[in-house]
Design a protein around this ligand. Structure first.
Ligand SMILES: [Zn+2]
Ligand SMILES: [Zn+2]
Length: 227
């Protein structure tokens, strides 16, 4: 009898030890990736996969994002998958989940600049989601730079477009942007299937990634010519 009970205590100890080790790994990766997202806000999907494989190779990207989001929930923040429409990179972005995200990041803007932020977003929305930066008054310069740095806007060759953080924000979802058939993410830089009864949306760079021979609408099989 005594040997059995000793044995079970030993087993219990080993189990406890294993559990503690598992918990350590658990806290470690939550800490690791929380820090990563708080510092960077935007993390390329490829980099994230690489980092998981290097440090925590037993974990899947979806389970990590799910667990991180459980921790971020209390802060009204969430990691969402998005796309950088200028590079075609899929990214994960940390955004606040309140209805007016822009006003939340805007704790860094004063009232006057906040007005400019909203004007800029409106301008973009009313101009088919892109504007020439040099068409803007100089007074927009500083808010523009901040929004670009925060990945709410992209600037490529002097053209401003919506960046990955804005695309998946609550404001953008109110715009009801079309979703790309390939990546299922919202978009402003893309092409619609030319078949007028179909009109399925595709990001330009998602299409490019597919290769020209596959540029056929998955709904109606119409050829997609985007040039
Ligand atoms: Zn896409
Ligand atoms: Zn189609």
């Amino acid at each position: 009898m005594s040997s059995i009970s000793e044995n079970s205590i030993e087993t219990q100890l080993i189990n406890n030890q294993q559990e503690t080790q598992q918990n350590k790994v658990l806290t470690n990766y939550i800490q690791f990736f929380s820090r990563l997202f708080i510092i960077k806000r935007v993390v390329k999907e490829d980099d994230l996969i690489q980092s998981i494989q290097t440090h925590f190779n037993t974990l899947s990207i979806s389970s990590i994002i799910r667990e991180l989001n459980q921790s971020f929930q209390a802060l009204h923040m969430e990691i969402r998958r998005s796309i950088d429409q200028n590079t075609g990179d899929y990214v994960y972005v940390l955004i606040t989940t309140s209805l007016d995200e822009i006003n939340q990041i805007a704790c860094i803007f004063d009232q006057n600049d906040l007005k400019k932020v909203n004007e800029l977003i409106e301008l973009l929305t009313n101009n088919n989601y892109k504007i020439q930066r040099n068409s803007l008054d100089d007074e927009y310069d500083s808010v523009c730079n901040i929004l670009i740095e925060l990945k709410y806007l992209n600037e490529i060759s002097g053209i401003l477009t919506f960046g990955p953080c804005y695309l998946v924000s609550e404001e953008a979802s109110e715009l009801e942007l079309p979703r790309c058939e390939i990546c299922n993410l919202p978009g402003t830089m893309g092409t619609f299937c030319p078949n007028t009864t179909c009109q399925t949306f595709y990001h330009l760079l998602c299409l490019k990634r597919l290769g020209r021979e596959n540029h056929i609408c998955s709904h109606c099989k119409t050829h997609l010519d985007y040039n």
